[in-house]
Design a protein around this ligand. Structure first.
Ligand code: AHG
Ligand code: MN
Ligand code: MN
Ligand code: MN
Length: 315
């Protein structure tokens, strides 16, 4: 069995980068243990504070952020931490070569109903400053805390999948994950239909029209409400994830955050042969304007993303 440490040595000669990825993997392994016990420890409730996103923070949002912070502080290769749960970018080391942007706990609205949540992270060169396009990423990954804890990672090559073993080690369970080009499964919060733009409405209408409709095939719909869970399903069996700009989110630029949700997920999906788009361009080419900037997110199987882009091209 190949361990994370063995895989990392085959993927990069940069020992400091291996160290940062190892720190995020260790933090996630620790968090996996915390999540398994959280209902017993009474940690699934609210923290009593509101984060910079305007969300009521969960106790586990804060606990997850603290665990990541502790692991990254111990490794002076990280210059700055950007987190969904921190108002400002936090300087960790004057000599660090990397910036880590993280969503320490994704899908936290699912915590008290025991549905899969995750941790997402993006690693960038500190020389490029806080606001770099997703294309500048050196590595990205996420952990899905589901029936198994799955770590999904990409440096510059293929996307690898690791599973947490009972001893707390990450073991390789797939070495080159590929997003199937075609799929009959879409993921969107259909309760927002009244806010959708014409392209989203058109794509979904064509999909639900089934075999006799423009798409010429039957679709199924899945929406977990944790981006990590929805994207992991798409990475494993194909599909398309849509959180597009709509009339309610347009004032904020979208719902999901560019630096620590959209960019790392786009790095992974595109690295596995899928596509990402805002509707008009690859998410990885979006020029960031702020560390908590939001962006429209459409990600997944090439054929499906192209179908959505055709709707947007109609203008
Ligand atoms: P987070 O819990 O990190 O704030 O992210 C939640 C996000 C994302 O995980 C998910 O896809 C989306 O919120 C679900 O949004 P809706 O509740 O509007 O469906
Ligand atoms: Mn949140
Ligand atoms: Mn999130
Ligand atoms: Mn979060």
């Amino acid at each position: 069995m190949t361990t994370l440490a063995q895989w990392l040595t085959t993927e990069t000669e940069d020992a400091a980068l291996r160290g940062v990825i190892g720190s995020m993997a260790a933090a996630s392994a620790e968090l996996a243990g915390v999540l398994r016990q959280a209902p017993i420890a009474g940690q699934t409730g609210l923290a009593g504070a509101t984060n910079v996103q305007g969300e009521a923070q969960k106790a586990l949002d804060v606990i997850s952020n603290d665990i990541v912070l502790r692991h990254l502080k111990a490794d002076n290769a990280v210059a700055v931490l950007i987190s969904e749960e921190l108002d400002e970018a936090l300087t960790l080391s004057e000599t660090g070569k990397y910036i880590v942007a993280t969503d320490p706990l994704d899908g936290s609205s699912n915590l008290d109903v025991n549905v899969t949540v995750g941790t997402i992270f993006s690693i960038l060169p500190s020389a490029g400053g806080l606001l770099q396009k997703g294309r500048a990423q050196l590595a990205a990954g996420y952990v899905a805390y589901g029936p198994a804890a799955s770590l999904v990672l990409r440096i510059a090559g293929d996307v690898a999948v690791f599973t947490l073993d009972p001893a707390g080690a990450w073991i390789v369970t797939a070495t080159a994950a590929k997003v199937p080009e075609a799929s009959g499964e879409f993921a969107i919060n259909t309760a927002r239909e009244r806010f959708w733009d014409e392209a989203t409405t058109g794509y979904v209408r064509d999909s639900v029209a089934g075999e006799t409709g423009p798409a010429g095939k039957r679709y199924n719909m899945r929406w977990v409400g944790s981006m990590v869970a929805d994207i992991h399903r798409i990475l494993m069996r194909g599909g398309i994830f849509l959180y597009p700009l709509d009339s309610e989110t347009v004032s904020k630029g979208g719902r999901l955050r560019l630096l620590y949700e959209a960019n790392p997920m786009s790095w992974l999906v595109e690295g596995a042969g899928g596509l990402s788009t805002t509707g008009h361009q690859s998410i990885l080419d979006v020029e960031p304007t702020g560390i908590h900037q939001r962006v429209p997110v459409i990600l997944g199987s090439t054929e499906e993303v192209r179908r959505v882009e055709k709707w947007y091209a109609r203008g």
